[in-house]
Design a protein around this ligand. Structure first.
Ligand code: IFM
Length: 477
């Protein structure tokens, strides 16, 4: 059953990736993919998920809200960056995005209609604090009250992310995350949110994908703030983690009920062949992709092998006591999985599976199983929730490729639950077609289609299919 869907998607992706059938059929060497015996039992139709499983969808503020200059919102680094010539495809910006700010009730009804019981969104720091610090902007905060109240009225659990890449420009002008102070500015803002919304929001995520901020914003320079300086990026990475730890501490100090954790994008890393050299490269890449984020947050330390390779400036940025802060106990880990990483003996990346319109998104659902079971094995039984997984499709509303993709990833998640992983939810990226950063509006990641001119919404086939999954709390046959 599962295999049929993988092949459906593979056929779509292979066109994009130029893969041969022969490549597709080959199991990846060293993949660690689960043995056949670990497949889910297909009771009464298809695999059923645990009672109370959170079925959700995710968005982020800059990608959907629009209303960039309304009701006192201050600019963020993404307003600045997207308005610079040549930064985004077609010069697209998030000025209007999916116009969610104005259509929030329509979107809430769409969520209800889908049957979602969880919705993960992010708060625009510069909407609630136009200067990044100081007095709250009441009108900006009101928007989040409307959103959260609307969710609760519809029995949808709000999951709020505090930082999804949109650093207030006013703080960036002072150095932003390059400055250690930014960690405290972030924790102060977080505390204001816990006090303002914490009687209604009980699940908080501190940072979204700090790895992407470093690799795309500071190494490749293709995301805001558009710098190309690895050392600076690694310092920023440390300050982000420090901000996470300080925000967790602030959460505990407020005495608010509920849980808090970080949202990390993680990739299982595989050696592309059986050689010792390839395995060594895979260990090195695993440090960058995974352990450099997981170890400090969950174990309160950086891996020695990672630290050993850091420049003196980066090591100097890591001060006594920082790791204890970063390693503050969290209540959950939000996992974002899109793709595996294969590495050859010479350190080159190898693509083993079909890709999608987003060329970096190599489709390998078993990678999700490997990732989740690895977290359990190496980090213990912290509750996990998947806060992002999905793909862009070029089809309009007949997005059968997205259905196949999601079905295979849900099945992998289910196998992980059967293997004992404490997985509590799955949030599809994304609820709506939205502003895909440097790719602008050229990629459509939503369950709901958003017309580029009118912003009218239309449910895609995947939305209808997802509604069925949620209703039966499990997959179909
Ligand atoms: O759109 C992004 C999101 O903002 C962060 N994670 C990956 C998604 C797809 O690229």
């Amino acid at each position: 059953m599962r295999r049929r869907h993988v092949l459906t998607l593979a056929a779509v992706g292979a066109v994009a990736a130029g893969c041969s059938d022969e490549d597709k059929a080959k199991p990846p060497p060293g993949s660690g993919s689960p043995a056949t015996g670990q497949r889910p039992s297909l009771a009464a139709g298809g695999p059923a998920f645990p009672e109370g499983f959170a079925w959700g969808a995710s968005t982020s503020a800059y990608q959907v809200e629009g209303a960039a200059a309304e009701d006192g919102r201050g600019p963020s680094v993404w307003d600045t960056f997207s308005h610079q010539a040549g930064r985004t495809r077609g010069g697209d910006t998030g000025d209007v995005a999916a116009d969610h700010y104005h259509r929030v009730y329509e979107d809430l009804d769409l969520m209800k209609d889908l049957g979602l019981n969880s919705y993960r969104f992010s708060i625009s720091w510069s909407r609630v604090l136009p200067e990044g610090r100081g007095a709250l902007n009441a009108k900006g905060l009101d928007f989040y009250h409307r959103l959260v109240d609307g969710l609760l009225e519809r029995k949808i659990t709000p999951v709020a992310t505090l930082f999804h890449w949109d650093t207030p420009q006013a703080l960036q002008d002072k150095g932003g995350w390059e400055r250690r102070d930014c960690a405290q500015w972030f924790a102060d803002y977080a505390q204001q949110m816990f006090y303002s919304l914490g009687d209604k929001v009980s699940t908080w995520l501190t940072l979204n994908e700090p790895k992407s901020v470093v690799s795309l914003g500071y190494v490749a320079g293709v995301h805001a703030p558009g710098k190309k300086d690895r050392r600076l990026g690694d310092i920023v990475g440390h300050h982000l983690l420090l901000g996470h730890g300080l925000a967790v501490r602030a959460f505990r100090q407020t005495g608010r009920k509920g849980g808090i954790g970080a949202a990390l994008n993680l990739s299982p890393v595989y050696a592309a062949d059986d050689s010792a050299a390839a395995r060594k490269q895979a260990d090195a890449l695993d440090l960058e992709e995974n352990r450099r984020w997981l170890d400090p947050v969950l174990l309160g330390r950086y891996p020695d092998a990672w630290l050993d390779h850091q420049a003196a400036e980066v090591r100097a940025a890591i001060r006594d006591g920082d790791l204890a802060t970063i390693g503050e106990r969290t209540d959950l880990l939000a996992v974002q999985y899109y793709n595996p990483a294969y590495v050859s003996a010479n350190g080159g990346r190898v693509v083993r599976h079909p890709t999608t319109q987003a060329s970096w998104l190599e489709v390998y659902p078993d990678g999700l199983y490997d990732l989740l079971t690895r977290i359990k094995r190496d980090y213990g039984d912290i509750p996990l929730t998947i806060t992002e997984n999905g793909m862009p499709t070029v089809n309009d509303v007949r997005d059968d490729d997205r259905i196949a993709f999601l079905r295979d990833h849900f099945a992998a998640a289910h196998r992980a639950i059967q293997a004992g992983v404490k997985l509590q939810g799955f949030h599809v990226w994304s609820l709506l077609d939205n502003f895909e950063w440097a790719e602008g509006y050229s990629q459509r990641w939503g369950l709901i289609r958003v017309d580029r001119d009118t912003r009218d919404r239309r449910r895609k086939a995947s939305a209808e299919w997802y509604r069925g999954v949620i209703a039966r709390n499990g997959l179909d046959t």
